[in-house]
Design a protein around this ligand. Structure first.
Ligand SMILES: NC(=O)c1ccc[n+]([C@@H]2O[C@H](COP(=O)([O-])OP(=O)(O)OC[C@H]3O[C@@H](n4cnc5c(N)ncnc54)[C@H](O)[C@@H]3O)[C@@H](O)[C@H]2O)c1
Length: 387
């Protein structure tokens, strides 16, 4: 027990289940340098159920709590907290943890607004503890391989990225449909993953020009028949143009208000060819490779040791490897890849889209949004948070 990192889960809903499964995969692979000693959710039943489920693989049952303050007060041996709560209270949960000297990993996006995020960064800095934002997409073997292929010049200098997802969703997705709870719609919730991938594959985003819109005033309890309408107030459509520091350009469209034809195209272009995130590599000279073939080539290139670094004991589940990195960082054996600051930069890109749209699509510098100099869209959210 002495060398095990003591962990608590705060927020025991949907994604916390994937975190529990991630820990279970680590456990089953023999990576057992952790013990979950507490679970916490305002919904007591969820905290209790999570404690039961963790006990099934870990042996010892964590103690379940309803309030984070009680948990921090009682669990004196607690070292680290995994926060999987809703966006609105990311900062109000993380800051007391930092003040109690805990290491924190928190689900994306960092916070409801960048101002709330800056308070978290300051608290983490004062605590001097590990701060990880759970940004798992880039940990997928496919994204690791694409990143490597791009860096070794397979498609030459990057010219552009297209990230286009068009379709319709009519069902109601609880707190995610309400701006005051979620901070925004898919631009922020899913978009922060995409922003992280843009930074990972292409580079830092310099400017954005975007229009967001809410075509649907409702989602539906019975989406098949458009019955049981429930008012919603987040955007369901964004169309944006991005420029990158390295001269690349990007087009980002996410639409969940387009009935009929659906399509998704996510492609990187360089001076020599393209990498389609689904279909793989194609070059002007006729070279072709699927994503699984690229992953295999990457695996051979980095060798067993390199693979083991990224996927310890062959575990490829993105949440499992992210949690393992966090545990190792708490033990002083590793650095986290997506720190609070990196998570903040990811979120600033999403907020830049909203800020641009607020200014009727004017081009905005991501640096201004990051610095807090441009925050019109976020102002009423900050006020609601009392910031
Ligand atoms: N990485 C990913 O791919 C991914 C996927 C889904 C969700 N997420 C993120 O995970 C977070 C949670 O999303 P979810 O889908 O699990 O939501 P959810 O609604 O299923 O679960 C959130 C849980 O937090 C609890 N909670 C709310 N306030 C609390 C408080 N003050 N103290 C303790 N618990 C509290 C709720 O009761 C609920 O059980 C969000 O930040 C979301 O963006 C990430």
């Amino acid at each position: 027990m002495a060398d095990k990192v003591t962990l608590a889960f705060v927020g025991c809903g949907g994604i916390a289940g994937a975190h529990r499964e991630g820990l279970k995969k680590l456990w089953e692979a023999g990576l057992r340098d952790f013990e979950v000693i507490a679970t916490c959710d305002i919904d007591r039943k969820r905290a209790e159920r999570m404690a039961d489920q963790i006990a099934e693989f870990q042996g010892r049952r964590p103690t379940a709590y309803q309030q984070v303050e009680d948990m921090l007060e009682t669990e004196r041996a607690l070292q680290a907290v995994d926060i999987c709560s809703v966006h609105r209270n990311h900062h109000t949960l993380a800051i007391p943890c930092f003040e109690g000297g805990k290491h924190v990993t928190i689900e994306k996006p960092l916070a409801l607004t960048l101002k709330a995020g800056r308070l978290m960064l300051a608290a983490a800095e004062r605590a001097g503890t590990v701060f990880q934002v759970a940004e798992n997409y880039r940990r997928d073997p496919a994204h690791r391989a694409i990143h490597w292929a791009v860096r070794q010049g397979d498609i030459g200098e990057i010219r552009m990225i297209f990230w286009l997802d068009v379709g319709e969703r009519l069902w109601y997705w609880t707190w995610r449909e309400h701006r005051m709870e979620a901070g925004g719609g898919w631009v922020l919730d899913g978009g922060v993953h995409f922003a992280d991938l843009f930074r990972y594959h292409v580079g830092e985003v310099d400017t954005v020009a975007a229009r967001t819109h809410a075509f649907h005033p409702y989602r539906y309890g019975k989406p098949e028949t458009l019955e049981d309408p429930i008012p919603v107030d987040v955007e369901d459509t964004v169309m944006a143009t991005l420029t990158f520091d390295n001269g690349a350009m990007g087009q980002w469209t996410s639409v969940s208000a387009a009935p009929g034809t659906r399509f998704s195209q996510r492609v990187l272009y360089g001076e020599l060819g393209s990498i389609d995130f689904s279909d793989g590599l194609k070059t002007r000279s006729g070279r072709e490779e699927t994503i699984p073939q690229m992953v295999e080539r990457f695996r051979k290139a980095i060798g067993d040791d390199g693979w083991e670094q990224l996927f310890p004991r062959g575990v490829t589940d993105t949440i499992a490897t992210e949690l393992w990195e966090f545990i190792q960082a708490v033990q002083g054996k590793a650095q986290v890849e997506i720190t609070g600051v990196e998570g903040y930069k990811d979120e600033a890109i999403c907020m830049a889209l909203y800020e641009s749209s607020w200014l009727n699509g004017s081009t905005v510098a991501v640096a201004d949004v990051e610095a807090g100099a441009l925050a019109n869209y976020q102002r009423d959210l900050d006020e609601a948070l009392g910031l």
